[in-house]
Design a protein around this ligand. Sequence first.
Ligand code: RB5
Length: 146
Amino acid sequence: METIHIACDHAGLELKETLKAALEARGFSTCDHGTNSRESCDYPQYAHALCAAVEAENGRGILICGTGIGMSIAANRHAGIRAALCTTELHARFTRLHNDANVLCLGARVTGVELALAIMHVFLDTAFEGGRHQRRIDQLNPQPAR
Ligand code: RB5
């Protein structure tokens, strides 16, 4: 079964534990890149650790901070990462269908636990549509000037 990478900062710790339990209940393995403390920490460290692993494995991951914004900004600095901050199930559905997002970002201070779980399940269960969307994804990273 697929391993889902997961990481958070101090603001996302409780939600991360809840999501991990739900992932494991579904039969996924999880790879936890921290933090595992409530002590204030710097979200980019955790975003970069998770993204390096997702890029290396061509896998999928979940990042959680207070708003989800910092994690998504850091994650999208990686050329192989398409990170989507989702606050609705619709966002999760369309970012998989159209953007082939490989990292889900959630804001633990914004999105309640039940909605976060629902968003995660839609993210995991929706396949990329391909076709014209692949052509657009191929243009996401800026090309060097010729
Ligand atoms: C931490 O207080 C907070 O800034 C962080 O969790 C996140 O929301 C940053 O974008």
